[in-house]
Design a protein around this ligand. Sequence first.
Ligand code: PEP
Length: 255
Amino acid sequence: MRRKLVVGNWKMHGNIKSNQLLLTDIINGLRDYKNADYVVCVPNPYLFQARELLQHTNIAWGGQNVNQHEQGAFTGAVAPHMLTDLGCTYVLLGHSERRNLFHETNLTAAARFDAAIKANLTPVLCVGETLAEHEAGLTEVIVASQMDAVMATLGDKEFAKAMQLNMVFAYEPVWAIGTGKTASPAHAQAVHEFIRHRIDRRNSDAAAHVRIIYGGSVNSKNAKELFAMPDVDGGLVGGASLNAEEFVAICRLAN
Ligand code: PEP
């Protein structure tokens, strides 16, 4: 039985005051809910604040991206060890906003995945098709190419390390992110099953254990049905993670 996981992605939202209120309400709301894992991925400047408030709670925190280099002349970039210095245990990689707005590619996702696991960060690799690809029936082709670009770069040792860190896949159809259009539970299940089969080709034990979470307009009304699907192991939540009541309700449904 895989333990469910809910990851909040705050994107570029928040300030010290609003974060304090949001995190305090989330901590209080989830205090007695110990049967699932909860993570918030906050903007980098607030990781210190997240650590101050979340250490000694049942909520972990993580970065929304990481650079593949350890250090150097990379203005504006954040190295994996900087995230772990601030107590992060998770990092999002290959989010569609990074791919579409910041021109990141399968290649950079693969390099960052490798750097993240070397630094003992649990990678949450985001994959998913655009609306045009969805309508052209290319969902599986796109998801497979995004997965393979990363998996093919991992030798057996790296793959074992990624498993030891409980790597996560997030299926996020781009047409469902921030649009209010959620994938149907049946569609999410079909793609999650496809992802699990693809991991199974590499390692069946890994396939059985890896968590595949769904992202794309998850809210407290649709989460129950989505989380009930056999291959949906939780959610990656954007907009609704900025509202404590909503986020707590989604997390409780995973519990
Ligand atoms: C996301 O940011 O990964 C996301 C799924 O956003 P939203 O929940 O707002 O669609």
